[in-house]
Design a protein around this ligand. Sequence first.
Ligand code: ZN
Length: 439
Amino acid sequence: MCAVENVDLLISGGIVVTMDPQERIFPNGAVAVRDSKLCRVGPREEVEKAVHPKKVIDASGTVIMPGLVNAHTHAAMTLFRGLADDIPLKPWLEKIWPLELKYATAQNVVLGSKLAFAEMIRGGTTTAADMYWHFYESAEAAKQVGFRLFTGTVALDAMDGETTQSLGKNMRAFVDLYKDDPLICPSIQVHGTYTVSKETLLVAKSAARESGVVFTTHASETRQEVEEMIAQHGMTPIEYLDEIGLLNSKTLLAHCVHLKDKEISLLAQKGTSVVHCPTSNLKLGSGIARISDLLKAGVNVAIGTDGVASNNDLNMWEEMRLAALLQKGIHFDPTVLPAGQALKMATLGGAKALNLQDKIGSLIPGKRADLIQVDLNTSNMTPVYDVISHLVYAANASDVRMTMINGEILYQNQKLLTIDEEEIKSQVRKLSEEMLQKD
Ligand SMILES: [Zn+2]
């Protein structure tokens, strides 16, 4: 006889979509959580027999699945939602940057980040890769809320005026402070090859190498960026990053919309991950990334929303669906990028891109309990023939019923349990009125 295991929580009776290596789905499954980790995942009867839970959630009529990983965003940009629409990237940046200089204070970044965390938690996103100023403050805000945040010192020469020497020191200090944190995943970040000097990239490279964390930057987002890099350096952004020695398996590149065949092979060969942000790329008229070619070449592709000012929301369900649909459209082939692959990009693909694949991204005993419940009783989810198809082609962010991060329930019964959402919204509205009056 096996001993019955004491567990903190049993979530029982739903369709468990594991995203494990065998891609197992348990139609009447259960998940048990102990000490912030998953300890049992399997058929309901088996799990129920094996555990003695302190608390039980009846998950009938829902899908229990890994939380979504938003692998590229600028969380605090919720403050600028809808402020610069229907213009290309360059004038967009020229409009947004002065506003950021004026309003992206530490206090406002915390406010905007909390609004972003609220939206993401409601929509089933359990981890986000953030790139923004006041990263110490937003990391602390994430910890306070219980949200898993990948973040770090961001280099952007035009605005910082920071010396390369102090930049390297600051990058390492952030990593040292958070390297063992249960929720904060420190990283080394550079805005883009077109916004920093070669010296800055070299500093970032050595900081990333020494600390062993992921390096991330925007790359090849627009045709103009690629043309300007070729004119200035005789190389595309990807070739330039390679030349500097920044392409490896701990590098994550956002966008990669404009790639040549040989760049795709290079990314595959170096094990570099790409994060696809379909809405932002479409909205800024940047183009459509060659995602199915990247996947075919063996590149790990994650999905991100990018910042709200170019999206204009943080809805990973929309991104997942668009990612699948766009590739079918541009290839005139409905078999390209099937639902299962899109779901994998938004979960395990994201986890791998952030070097968190051992902790999150799938429901496997031993991993952190980052999971969500998705309602199958809504009109748009009825009937259910194929649950994976529903998650990608039919689900809405509002179908999420419960969000758990690191074993803690942050959202249940339509309520955020660790964020005073009304207070945050009212403060953001007040700030937006101030911005409108002054500009
Ligand atoms: Zn971005």
